[in-house]
Design a protein around this ligand. Structure first.
Ligand SMILES: C[S@@+](CC[C@H](N)C(=O)[O-])C[C@H]1O[C@@H](n2cnc3c(N)ncnc32)[C@H](O)[C@@H]1O
Length: 472
């Protein structure tokens, strides 16, 4: 008789934070309802999300778009634009054929442009096909659905192969690089996307529900400085159990979306600010404010604009400066065959910004993690394919911020050598306790400074980041 006892193999706790993102623009026809894609029913959206292997958690709506927080990232639906961003082991592309079918049969809409992008996966071997097999397979899949647009689609990989993440882009456009063509909105669509790995532990602790300082998702959004990134946005935020954070903020036709995987060993956060005018904010300032919130070991930024040559969007597509405490590892600009442009930057701790740990005054003035500049190999993504125990009992001593000393080496080794569940649980408790103490310490320091740190980012879009405006 078959053994029906539960498997003794522990579920793999790794969570892939790095998102896949598809943006599809549709051309309406005479039969298209005024709401366009927004006329899709909730049942149809649920069907599409289940094809992509995720679910809708909550939603917000305004005159311009509908924004959905998903179990794995976000969905944005405009009348003629669909933006789906999913992480983990989701199957985002599986939803594409059905979406095209629903748009065509139910709404009389045909795709006119598709842009697919993603950073490198942190754990590619965990991905289902076709993602596991490499970007060319994803691009081939997209060509089967959008190959009839323009030149059939172009695929690019930006960044340095050995340092930091790469940025993968596939784009196909019915109008190609036609200089006479203007987007239906009459203005280019700007996107600013930041991906961060190796988050500072103290910063990441804010996104745990069992953190004693946790009150509500709304408080987390405010206290971390996230709310201040796009002041006035209508925010839909969610803190997962036991950890993880997702938010959408919508303002006019633009949105901000943030997704955080705080687990040590594979921590990751992404921030996207999209659909705003080029002069709504300064990308370099925004990046500095984002870096001050998460204090990551490495980060990358992608700026993209469609129809740039026609709409004068080029100026926006570059960063004036790296975020304080970081140096540029790679900078790549790609003119798209479809007339737009993508610029991609990767950053690592800047050795010039600080000396070895302990004498790192420059870095500590920008980040409450004095060890930042003494991080493990500059900008090298710390890929941990063998991570296989409870996240809280495992850690990498090559930390990017000195708060990591709160988890002692002994605890980590005990779990790693199979000292048993009890040891792992004890390690987890000690870790959590350490986090709590550390949180208290940092909060106390904030109080002494008049709370300036926690409100440092709550200023207008485009305002510069004050040095030392680290937010906890
Ligand atoms: C909130 S989502 C954010 C995804 C985003 N792309 C990112 O990387 O950070 C992932 C985080 O939520 C946690 N989480 C908790 N419950 C979850 C659920 N039901 N589905 C997906 N993630 C969940 C994961 O462990 C992870 O820390």
């Amino acid at each position: 008789m078959a053994d029906r006892r539960p498997s003794m193999v522990l579920p793999n706790p790794i969570f892939e934070g790095s998102e896949k993102r598809v943006e599809i623009d549709f051309a309406p026809s005479a039969s298209t309802p005024a709401a366009g894609l927004r006329a899709l029913s909730r049942a149809q959206l649920d069907e599409l999300m289940s094809l992509a292997a995720c679910t809708i958690v909550s939603s917000r709506t305004n005159d311009h778009l509908d924004a959905y927080v998903l179990s794995e990232s976000s969905l944005f639906v405009y009348p003629t634009k669909w933006v789906l961003k999913t992480c983990g082991t989701t199957k985002l592309l599986n939803a594409v054929p059905r979406l095209l079918e629903l748009a065509s049969q139910g709404l009389g809409m045909a795709p006119r442009r598709c842009k697919y992008s993603r950073a490198s996966f942190l754990f590619p071997e965990q991905q289902p096909a076709p993602y596991r097999e490499g970007f060319d397979q994803e691009a081939r899949f997209l060509r089967t659905h959008f190959g009839h647009l323009g030149n059939g689609g172009s695929a690019y990989v930006l960044g340095d192969m050995f340092n930091g993440l790469q940025w993968h882009v596939y784009v196909a456009d019915a109008h190609g690089a036609d200089a006479a063509y203007a987007p239906p909105s009459g203005r280019p669509f700007h996107k600013f996307e930041v991906c961060m790995t190796d988050l500072c532990r103290v910063a990441a602790a804010a996104f745990y529900r069992d953190n004693p300082a946790f009150v509500s998702a709304a408080r987390t959004t405010t206290d971390t400085g996230i709310r201040g990134l796009v002041p006035g946005a209508d925010i839909d935020d969610y803190v997962f159990e036991p950890c993880g954070y997702s938010m959408n903020g919508i303002l006019g036709g633009g949105f901000i979306t943030i997704h955080i995987t705080p687990e040590d060993g594979f921590s990751y956060a992404s921030v996207e600010v999209t659909g705003f005018d080029a002069d709504a904010f300064c990308p370099a300032d925004m990046l500095a404010r984002i870096a001050a919130i998460f204090r990551p070991g490495s980060l990358s930024a992608s700026l993209s604009v469609d129809a740039a040559s026609r709409c004068g969007g080029y100026a926006w597509g570059s960063l004036a400066a790296p975020p304080p405490g970081y140096g540029v590892q790679s900078a790549t600009a790609q003119e798209l065959a479809t007339g737009g442009r993508v610029s991609y930057y990767t950053f690592g701790p800047d050795p010039a910004a600080g000396a070895p740990a302990g004498v790192d005054d420059a870095a500590s003035s920008r980040c409450s993690s004095p060890g930042l500049a003494a991080a493990a190999p500059r900008g090298v993504l710390r890929h941990m394919p063998s991570f296989s125990s409870a996240p809280s009992s495992s850690f990498d001593s090559g930390s990017s911020c000195d708060d990591r000393s709160i988890a002692s080496g002994d605890e980590g080794e005990g779990a790693a050598t199979g000292a048993g569940k009890a040891a792992a649980a004890a390690a987890a408790r000690a870790w959590a306790k350490g986090l709590a103490l550390s949180m208290k310490r940092v909060r106390f320091e904030d109080d002494e400074s008049g709370g300036a740190a926690s409100s440092g980012a709550a200023s207008d879009l485009g305002s510069p980041v004050a040095a030392g405006a680290a937010v906890v």
